[in-house]
Design a protein around this ligand. Structure first.
Ligand SMILES: O=P(O)(O)OC[C@H]1O[C@H](O)[C@H](O)[C@@H](O)[C@@H]1O
Length: 543
């Protein structure tokens, strides 16, 4: 596909390389004028994006616009949303799939970009609405005729991180009497801790796995089934499923209800499909889930603007590339000043690092440029009391992406010394961005701050289902556009397969221990040694 242009061959890359020799100095005395802060600002879908505290100037912004144009990033994004096969490696065995998580929320128009896939999403939404209505009106109850009030999502990776992050972000909007919990790790203590808190008789178990074959999820499904049986309950009255159509889990006899997701939706991009929808709509209500889809759809549309200053996903993608490929920063910190977003950085670790942690181009050649950064982060102000020392005075410069809201979700606040807690929260976020940029000279070197450390600020009025949907899509689209620019396939994850293969080899060694015999404490290490020994002579796979 003629989109596949190598990053190093794009003309604007040379220009940006030259500009990077003398980047804008944020610590200069006149660096952060009100005029600059007002000029370096973009707005979309209720979010204001302030990037005057990035090391950019008009020449860099112009060159980034040229990079976007020459790499045809908006065209590739629109092609992706319209059903082009973007999950592929030319000349090699690859997934060869469309990438259509956007179709799940392109439901508010009669001319969707991917009509067939949006129709499938609408069909699943209709089935979900009917299921929830049956729960609400008592058509579906537990064996004592009581309504279910809790849903436990059993899944991992994309079948856990996004849905969990969104649920925690929007718990404020939970319907009264409803709640959700999550079991992901194969560590039996994960399930035990969750199950210990529940009245299983009122609980639905939502087993979520796109492939229907993930070891942790299938193991935890069996663990929960046995817990239901041990509690005198019939699992068949408590288990529902979300899985890929036709996967080994797609078996209506095993579940009270089963909802589908499709091959063209990657796990880490699936939170707005049934993978997130069933639990979110159960807990928050169907209408709040629709609002989340509406916000995501609005940000998908914003991603079609050619002018980078009017295209928030593209603008954030390009600033990230400026920091990564031209200023040489290796990580990026996502710092939400919102405790409700406490698991959003964890979701973005999967969405970003599993998408762009790649070393081979879409043409199968090893890349000669940096690709995905290391993504990490924690909510503020907590992080200020944990790792901000490094952000300010460490030897590594870490670009920061701050996210904040002008109003709290609960509107329960207190005014102390003339300011509310929400104002204190936001003041800290703004202060951190300024301190990173300006620094502070001091005759004592241990007390001096070099400054000139880049950050950006995303601000919205409040964290609602709509703004959460827009924020989710903002990052999904930023990540996809960075992958397009680096000419890598952001939509497969071959790198997770080897660990699974070796884990299964070790498990089969362990399973050779005599049935029922208490495993000797050193047996995992012995199995490791045995497999390592076997592996060193194993032939490399042909494909
Ligand atoms: O949803 P599942 O098929 O169970 O997959 C769950 C997760 O496991 C895999 O290892 C992939 O790395 C993830 O992208 C995926 O989300």
């Amino acid at each position: 596909m003629d989109f596949f242009k190598n990053f190093a061959d794009i003309k604007a890359v040379q220009k940006l390389g030259q500009l990077a020799r003398t980047p804008y100095n944020l610590a200069a005395s006149t660096a952060l004028s009100p005029k600059r802060l007002a000029a370096y600002r973009a707005s979309s879908c209720g979010f204001d994006f302030l990037y005057g505290t990035q090391q950019v100037d008009t020449q860099v912004m112009q060159a980034l616009q040229e990079l976007a144009n020459q790499a045809r990033l908006v065209e590739q994004f629109k092609a992706m949303k319209s059903g082009a096969v973007m999950n592929k490696i030319i000349g090699h065995d690859s997934e060869d799939r469309q990438v259509l998580h956007t179709a799940c929320r392109d439901i508010f128009t009669n001319k969707p970009l991917a009509p067939k896939e949006t129709a499938q999403a609408k069909e699943q939404l209709d089935r979900l609405k009917k299921f929830l209505t049956d729960l609400d009106n008592g058509t579906i109850t537990n064996q004592q005729g009581q309504p279910f009030n809790t849903m436990v999502q059993v899944g991992i990776g994309g079948s856990d991180l996004g849905p969990r992050a969104l649920y925690l972000a929007l718990k404020r909007y939970c319907q009264s009497g409803r709640k959700a919990c999550f079991i992901a790790n194969v560590d039996p203590d994960d399930a035990a801790a969750v199950l210990a808190e529940l009245d299983l008789s009122r609980t639905l178990i939502n087993v979520v796995s796109k492939s229907g074959t993930t070891l942790e999820t299938l193991t935890n499904e069996e663990l929960v089934r046995s817990a239901l049986t041990a509690a005198g309950l019939d699992p068949a009255c408590h288990m529902i499923a979300v899985t890929g159509a036709g996967s080994p889990m797609d078996d209506p006899d095993k579940y009270l209800a089963a909802f589908h997701m499709y091959d063209y939706i990657g796990g880490r991009y699936s939170a707005t499909s049934m993978v997130g929808g069933v639990t979110l709509a159960f807990a928050l209500g169907y209408d709040n889930f629709l609002e989340l889809l509406r916000g995501a759809n609005a940000m998908d549309q914003a991603g079609e603007q050619i002018n980078i200053k009017e295209n928030l996903p593209l603008l954030m993608a390009l600033l990230g590339i400026w920091n990564r490929n031209f200023l040489g920063y290796n990580t990026v910190a996502i710092l939400p000043y919102s405790q409700a977003l406490l698991r959003f950085p964890a979701h973005l670790q999967q969405c970003d690092m599993e998408s762009n942690g790649k070393q081979v181009s879409r043409s199968g050649e090893s890349v000669q440029w940096k690709t995905g950064p290391i993504v990490w982060g924690e909510p503020g102000t907590n992080g200020q009391h944990a790792f901000y020392q490094l952000l300010h005075q460490g030897s590594e410069i870490v670009p920061a992406e701050f996210i904040g809201f002008r109003q709290s979700q609960y509107q329960e606040d207190i005014t102390i010394n003339g300011t509310t807690s929400q104002q204190k929260l936001l003041a800290n976020m703004l202060a951190q961005s300024l301190a990173l940029a300006l620094g502070r000279a001091h005759e004592n070197p241990n007390k001096s701050f070099t400054g000139n450390r880049p950050s950006s600020l995303l601000l919205a009025d409040r964290l609602t289902p709509y703004s959460m949907g827009a924020l989710l899509a903002l990052y999904e689209n930023k990540i996809a556009m960075q992958g397009f620019c680096w000419n890598i396939n952001s939509f497969d994850q071959e790198g997770v397969q080897l660990g699974k293969v070796l884990a299964n080899r070790i498990l089969s060694e362990l399973a050779k221990e005599k049935e029922g015999e208490q495993l000797s404490p050193d047996s995992p290490e012995l199995a490791l040694l045995r497999v390592a020994d076997l592996e060193k002579d194993a032939p490399s796979p042909k494909h």
